[in-house]
Design a protein around this ligand. Structure first.
Ligand code: UT7
Length: 327
């Protein structure tokens, strides 16, 4: 019998999540701005969000999620070769959130850096980690999405402040030789269109004269692009791997809006039980939303070893992308 050749892949070895204790329901938001539970639920599917306390920074939450991922994998922090943090809300312009997390974890052999691609940041970070692992640059990478959007929300703008929440999720990826149908990242697909930079952005930065600013979103415009661009990225992942939607066990989408999540699920012909949805509990946590959704699906048993997961996200940039991951 011919021996099956092995492939080098980035395999998920552990996963972690952190959500701040403070929960704000839609009714709580209605006390701050002119909105209602009915409007938020009907337009977005969001019922509540977590908001960080002052000590809960992107580094603090990311370290907590990362520690959990290491514990689940049974690996010591010294085993890490790199830490990549996808965030738009870092503790400082520099040093990076990643080096704060490296210190907090005692991951003394890891290098680290932050990656900025807004809500697509986790998919972008997965792609970078995948490349580093495949070429043997490192053997274990902690990929973290960590965000404190409550600190960049404009609480005078009801069109955006009700949509976002805080939290962090982490995955530990390790390099493994596996069979073709074995676990790991099959491929990642990244896109950007800077011509659309002005439909979702933060109106300030440390490099500008003004103070770090607030999130601005032309929601209807973003929505208009979202389902089509995401469906394109998802189909690209399927066709590159010679797969069809029927091969997907679970869709793990960025959690911005239930209507966008359902729209992509419908285009793929996936029934609701094969689409992971956490937007009701977490709202939009930007780069943290996919690892948080993944952690929740693994914890509940919705995602099981051996299953094929399709991840997708779209965010400010615009940036968007997809990834195929076998657990
Ligand atoms: O994660 C990054 C990617 N982001 C996204 O994917 C978000 C994409 N966009 C969306 O999810 C939706 O566009 C939103 C949820 C942001 C908004 O939903 P929409 O159906 O596009 O509403 P809209 O912005 O067109 O506003 C409709 C109405 C407006 O009133 P008029 O002008 O029709 O009288 C708004 O003033 O709803 C009003 N409105 C609100 N009413 C109550 C806007 N925000 C609120 C609110 N409560 N919080």
């Amino acid at each position: 019998m011919a021996e099956q050749s092995l492939l080098k892949r980035a395999v998920l070895a552990g996963i972690g999540a952190y959500l701040p204790a403070q929960i704000l329901t839609n009714e709580d938001m209605a006390k701050r701005v002119d909105t209602s539970d009915d409007w938020i639920t009907e337009r977005t599917g969001i019922k509540q969000r977590h908001f960080a306390a002052p000590h809960e920074t992107a580094a603090y939450m990311g370290a907590a999620a990362g520690r959990q991922a290491l514990e689940q994998a049974g690996l010591p922090p010294e085993a890490l070769g790199a830490i990549i943090v996808a965030t738009s809300t870092p503790d400082q312009a520099f040093p990076s959130t990643a080096v704060h997390i490296q210190a907090a974890l005692g991951a003394k052999n890891a290098f680290g850096f932050d990656l900025s691609a807004a809500c697509s940041g986790f998919i972008y970070a997965l792609s970078v980690a995948d490349a580093m692992l495949r070429v043997n640059q490192v053997q274990a990478v902690l990929v973290i999405g960590s965000e404190v959007y409550s600190r960049i929300l404009n609480f005078e703008d009801r069109g955006t402040c009700v949509l976002f929440g805080d939290g962090a999720g982490a995955v530990l990826l390790v390099a493994r030789e596996v069979e073709k149908n074995g676990p790991g990242l099959l491929s990642t697909h990244l896109h950007a269109d800077g011509q659309l930079a002005d439909i979702l952005y933060v109106d300030g930065a440390v490099g500008q004269k003004e103070k770090p600013g607030h999130l601005v979103m032309h929601g209807r415009e973003v929505f208009r692009h979202a389902v089509n661009l995401l469906t394109g990225a998802v189909n690209e992942a399927l066709s590159e791997n010679g797969l069809t939607a029927a091969d997907i066990d679970l869709l793990v989408p960025h959690q911005a809006n239930r209507r966008i999540i359902d729209g992509v699920g419908r285009k793929l012909g996936l029934p609701p039980e094969r689409v992971v949805t956490t937007v009701d509990k977490h709202a939009n946590t930007s780069a943290a939303s996919i690892p948080l959704a993944l952690a929740s699906a693994v914890a509940s048993g919705q995602a099981k070893p051996g299953q094929l997961l399709l991840l997708e996200a779209l965010g400010g940039g615009l940036t968007w992308g997809s990834a195929l991951l076998r657990l």
